[in-house]
Write a protein that binds this ligand. Sequence first.
Ligand SMILES: Cc1cc2nc3c(=O)[nH]c(=O)nc-3n(C[C@H](O)[C@H](O)[C@H](O)COP(=O)(O)OP(=O)(O)OC[C@H]3O[C@@H](n4cnc5c(N)ncnc54)[C@H](O)[C@@H]3O)c2cc1C
Length: 284
Amino acid sequence: MALYLRPLRLEDALAALGSQGLTVLAGGTDFYPARVGRPLDEDVLDITALAELRGIRDRGDHWSLGAGVTWSALREAALPPCFDGLKAAARELGGLQVQNAGTVVGNLCNASPAADGLPNLLALDARVELAGARGRRSLAIEDFVTGNRETQRRPDELVTAISIPKPAPDTASHFAKLGTRKYLVISIVMLAIVLEPEDGRVGAARLALGACAPVARRLRALEAELRGRTLDGGLGEALAESHMDDVLAPIDDVRASAAYRRDAAATLLRRGLASLGQRLGAAT
Ligand SMILES: Cc1cc2nc3c(=O)[nH]c(=O)nc-3n(C[C@H](O)[C@H](O)[C@H](O)COP(=O)(O)OP(=O)(O)OC[C@H]3O[C@@H](n4cnc5c(N)ncnc54)[C@H](O)[C@@H]3O)c2cc1C
């Protein structure tokens, strides 16, 4: 019979993970659908009773989002506007039941190319905090997810939290998800933007596209192009096709053709930048 562990203390969870092969289970909203139609024959480490992993904490120079934080908890938390994009993903991901059980970290660890959380976490420059029986380490989010359903997590490690550095004051964010309908849909393209304003101009820009390649990616060339530009509704005009060259490797699938994904990504980028530029420009 398979083993089902639900420890109350993080150190017990890490010791168990270090001594035997266990599959980590958080909200189960990716875990169970992947096992429909076959018996649960693997040993499981259920982390839902670990109080240390709950909550979003202000740590001075960064925010710490525990591995137990569900999409609903994130949506309800009092957080600055740089989190608006991630909160928009929280509202659009699945339905309420999925948002109540599913965690942000589970979405990240599942590493689906269509994971709605990842573009936002990339644009927030997040880091992944890992702990194992051999110690703790921290990885930039870009280094953590390496491919479709592939991460740098070792089998004996747990992701304990996501760290998000505090950006400049008045930093704003935006998230757009394109699907064949508004809710309960797997994304065709997602876009996350974080803009840090500086004297009416773009001080720093971080943008990431999802569902257009095996892993969501930052648009570094566009970010460089945006730096120093005036914050207004014309910001979308900064986009050139070449800015997406390194980032897009879209596939043809049942949801959309590669050509449609490329076109939709450009449209979302232009609209998102125009809207955020106008909003931030009006506020200065
Ligand atoms: C009906 C439905 C609709 C959905 N809609 C969307 C959607 O619109 N957008 C979207 O992006 N996703 C969607 N999902 C997928 C899923 O809800 C999310 O990815 C969710 O955030 C997963 O979190 P979880 O806590 O349930 O993860 P789990 O299912 O518990 O775990 C997912 C994976 O991560 C690993 N894991 C979890 N936590 C940790 C940890 N702390 N350390 C190490 N490994 C860990 C698990 O071993 C497993 O491999 C949907 C799912 C369903 C069932």
